[in-house]
Design a protein around this ligand. Structure first.
Ligand code: PLP
Length: 391
């Protein structure tokens, strides 16, 4: 075998993608598997967005673009951030990348030095800790409590900050819990951060649009505008517009940090796909009715899934504020079966119930299971019947 780098040896492949491919492999063997592991909406990309991509191809927009994105898309992002989030940015503060994943990767490589600490509340999106490790920095995982709706408290944040802390990562609504921080929650965290001016904040707003409340979405800069100069806003079109395959994410933040992230990107992938950029421009610039339709469907499924999970023996699940995940406590159900590893338990459910869920330990929260309800109510009901049977 070829000897590999220490860097790659320190990380693991994305566990959520692994569950999806394991379910696909079993399905290819002819097994009837319901996959509730995927982190993507089941809806098709809206037609007006696909049409914009086709028009871009016909118009010859098939060449390199500026590394940081086309002028049109950057302007659409600036308008979106201004209209939806009351945040004002100049074009040199925006970087378009190949998905939200690359946005965070660029950030990690542009910001972090070996030994720097990055505070990541758990349960977390699976990729944050490993991307921090690729940048040779240290993920500092802070376990949140279900009683606190899996939200980082000001006390926990304060206790975690050291003189090595470089970045705090916030994700609201959260993957995997679907929980959103309130303005008051964020104001309390901001108060802690105000005492630590060298710490930057990454706010991953990827699920911003998938929120049940009529209250407007709020991130930490909305709660504490003085944090604007040291906050990087991460967002994208993948989840809101059912565009996971198009690979468009973006970052907005301090100009010199954005320039550094652009430099990293210029030496790795260059611009995001030109055609996808045209599609993303159309997504952000036109009617948002398609988003509302999807959110309505997600809310109905959320209510169904949370109610049914709470009826399962040994399972409980808190209500989410948005996204399309239920994060259910399976500790008692596992005990009932004499199992203590949620990874083994996910395997058990895959074999006995033929349902693929992602074990909580993938998100730094063992004993839980993430169920993605980005699928029809009929399939969700069938999956929950099967899980009930297996329990
Ligand atoms: N951030 C969060 C919290 C996510 O859940 C995801 C996708 O699963 C991403 C970022 C990245 O999205 P993408 O790279 O598909 O745009």
């Amino acid at each position: 075998d070829v000897q590999l780098s220490l860097r790659v040896s320190a990380i693991k492949p994305s566990p959520t993608l692994a569950v999806t491919s394991r379910a696909a492999a079993l399905r290819a063997e002819g097994k009837d598997i319901i996959g509730l592991g995927a982190g993507e909406p089941d809806f098709d990309t809206p037609k007006h967005i696909k049409d914009a991509a086709i028009a871009a191809i016909s118009a010859g927009q098939t060449k390199y673009t500026a590394v940081d994105g086309t002028a049109e898309l950057k302007q659409a992002i600036i308008n979106k951030l201004s209209n939806d989030n009351q945040l004002i940015y100049q074009p040199n503060q925006i970087l378009v990348s190949s998905g939200g994943k690359q946005s965070f990767f660029n950030l990690a490589l542009a910001l972090l030095n070996p030994g720097d600490e990055v505070i990541i509340p758990a349960p977390y999106w699976v990729s944050y800790p490993d991307m921090v490790k690729i940048a040779e920095a240290r993920p500092i995982i802070i376990s949140t409590l279900e009683e606190n709706r899996f939200k980082l408290t000001a006390e926990q944040l304060s206790a975690a900050i050291t003189d090595k802390t470089r970045l705090v990562v916030l994700n609201s609504p959260s993957n995997p819990t679907g929980v959103a921080y309130t303005k008051a929650d964020l104001a309390a965290l901001a108060e802690v951060l105000q005492a630590h001016p060298k710490v930057l904040i990454a706010t991953d707003d990827m699920y911003e649009k998938i929120l049940w409340s009529d209250e407007p979405f709020c991130n930490i800069v909305n709660a504490a505008p003085d944090l604007y100069p040291r906050t990087i806003v991460l967002n994208g079109v993948s989840k809101a517009y059912s565009m996971t395959g198009w690979r468009i994410g973006y970052a907005a933040g301090p100009a010199n940090l954005i320039a550094a992230m652009k430099k990293i990107q210029s030496q790795s992938t260059s611009n995001a796909c030109s055609i996808s950029q045209a599609a993303a421009t159309a997504a952000l610039s036109n009617s948002q009715a398609c988003v509302k339709e999807m959110v309505k469907a997600f809310k109905v499924r959320h209510d169904l899934v949370v109610e049914r999970l709470n009826q399962l023996p040994g399972v409980s699940c808190i209500e989410a504020d948005g996204a399309f995940y239920a994060f259910a406590n399976f500790n008692e159900a596992m005990n009932n079966k004499g199992m203590n590893s949620d990874v083994d338990f996910a395997e058990y459910l895959l074999e006995q119930a033929r349902v693929a869920l992602v074990p909580g330990s993938a998100f730094g929260a063992p004993g839980y299971m993430r169920l993605s309800y980005a699928t029809s109510e009929a399939i969700l009901n069938e999956a929950l019947d099967r899980i009930h049977q297996a329990l």
